[in-house]
Design a protein around this ligand. Structure first.
Ligand code: XAN
Length: 475
């Protein structure tokens, strides 16, 4: 086996406000799936010379066909695998009623391991094929079912964080953990189990599948459970933590009543030492300035889940403000609060959410406003960043994924925007029409393809999905 060299159109995020469009990019991936080198622009007549400078003669180059481009894989920083069977139902409820009537009854069914295996197999397959190369999964309270989820993720080769929910109160009698000790023991067992599944063969890189400590949210965890999880987290500093925060006004009020000592919702998690640089906070729709200061100080990240926030009538998270404050933000589908497993749908709704903020606060978009992002529509560059590099930072994995760079993993999507993909909404390149000759003209074309893919694309356009250099999905 030898390295694989790709040649063709590449889109690469570079910052919150910029990305590179590289119509004639040369990129080499080693046998371990790590990017060895990138030459951003190589005209076709220069190809053999450039390869020779890399010591490659007679190497097989994989040419990316016209009408296709490569981009980094999507990172879903928040989803609930056992809720996929409920997708598209319960939109008449707000959060607490939806959990009681729709969500907890479905999750309770995952006590049945055969049901879990069947459901999770199709869920993970669909999520990979929709372009999610890294996924932060909530399982259920069940240890066996969540191990099965980790097994399936591992066998499909997806990069993921898999957590078992901790819940010892405010949950139905058939869907609750009986004691703090059992809840913590099962969490420890899951950590041990997942570590035996997946070890990285590359010393500098983290394993593909990793455990994540998952106190569902403050309401379903007693003080002593949160305290015990804080102690477990302290003993396991590299294990990520995921939970929900400030999604819905009734939830915030209920939380306040359960933790009267805390100054605010973020203060509950902070008190129990659950906020740190590898903590992922889902939603953060209604946050006070004080809470944002705590989140920023602790370097925790926010998973913005706009589809869910619209669907459960929770509100609109002012993500632009969070970005101005320098808080890490990624995107989450939050199935089944959100009704799509695809990060494309989260991108579309993140755009709409930012426009809602902009027209709710028109005064803040004037030139005199010091903000870069607050109350302004998110640009394509920022949406791309949130779906890739932002997610990587939220997962504390930005040295390894989120963009194409030497030493990073080749987690990539091959996007087909030609009519051959069979999606009539996305007319990127029709009937093999010739591309313009110059690199500059092709850059303009590629820019347009990216935007159209974001707003009109779907699984039909996701031709191939690579994770750590391995082809794991696509059409
Ligand atoms: N809070 C939640 N919010 C959400 O959108 N989905 C959930 O499953 C959940 N649990 C607590």
């Amino acid at each position: 086996m030898s390295s694989v060299v790709y040649y063709g159109a590449v889109v690469n995020p570079t910052s919150l406000t910029s990305y590179s469009t590289l119509p004639r990019c040369l990129l080499s991936v080693d046998t371990a799936g790590t990017i060895e080198w990138i030459v951003e622009t190589v005209e076709s007549h220069e190809l053999q010379d450039v390869l020779a400078t890399k010591g490659l003669v007679d190497v097989h180059v994989v040419e990316i066909p016209d009408g296709m481009f490569i981009m980094p894989g999507f990172i879903d920083t928040h989803t609930h695998a056992p809720q996929v069977p409920n997708i598209g139902t319960g939109g008449q409820y707000e959060l607490l009623g939806w959990l009681e009537h729709i969500t907890f009854p479905m999750e309770a069914k995952f006590a049945d391991s055969e049901f879990a295996r069947k459901a999770y197999t199709s869920v993970v397959r669909r999520i990979i094929d929709s372009g999610t190369t890294t996924c932060c999964y909530y399982g259920t309270v069940h240890l066996e079912g969540t191990k099965i989820l980790a097994d399936i993720v591992h066998s499909f080769g997806q990069r993921a964080f898999v957590g078992k929910c901790n819940m010892n109160r405010e949950s139905p009698p058939n869907y609750i953990e009986p004691s703090v000790a059992i809840s913590v023991q099962k969490t420890q067992d899951l950590i041990t189990y997942i570590r035996t599944l997946s070890k990285s063969s590359i010393p500098t890189q983290e394993p593909l599948v990793q455990p994540i400590i998952t106190p569902r949210f403050a309401i379903t965890c007693t003080d002593d459970l949160l305290e015990a999880l804080g102690e477990l987290a302290a003993a396991e500093p590299t294990v990520r933590i995921q939970t929900h925060i400030a999604e819905n006004r009734s939830e915030i009020e209920f939380t306040r009543s359960l933790f009267p000592f805390a100054p605010h919702y973020a203060g509950v998690y902070d008190h129990f030492k659950l906020l740190r640089k590898n903590t992922i906070l889902a939603h953060a729709v209604h946050m006070s300035n004080e809470e944002l200061d705590v989140v920023k100080t602790r370097q925790s990240g926010i998973s913005h889940c706009p589809t869910s926030n619209f669907n459960l009538n929770s509100g609109v998270a002012p993500v632009g403000e969070y970005l101005d404050r320098g808080i890490k933000v990624g995107l989450g589908t939050d199935v089944s609060g959100g009704f799509s497993i695809s990060i494309l749908n989260a991108i579309q709704n993140a755009s709409i959410a930012s426009k809602v903020c902009a027209f709710q606060h028109p005064g803040h978009t004037t030139a005199s406003s010091p903000s870069t992002f607050a109350n302004k529509p998110l640009t394509v560059a920022t949406l791309l960043y949130l779906a890739t590099m932002g997610g990587a930072a939220v997962c504390d994995l930005d040295n390894q994924i989120g963009s194409f760079a030497r030493g990073k993993s080749f987690d990539a999507l091959f996007i087909n925007v030609s009519n051959a993909a069979g999606n009539p909404s996305l007319w990127g390149l029709i009937n093999g029409a010739p591309l313009p000759p110059t690199t500059e003209e092709r850059k303009v074309l590629l820019d347009g393809w990216l935007e159209r893919f974001f707003f009109c694309g779907d699984d039909r356009n996701i031709d191939k999905v690579y994770i750590q250099g391995r082809l794991v999905g696509g059409r």
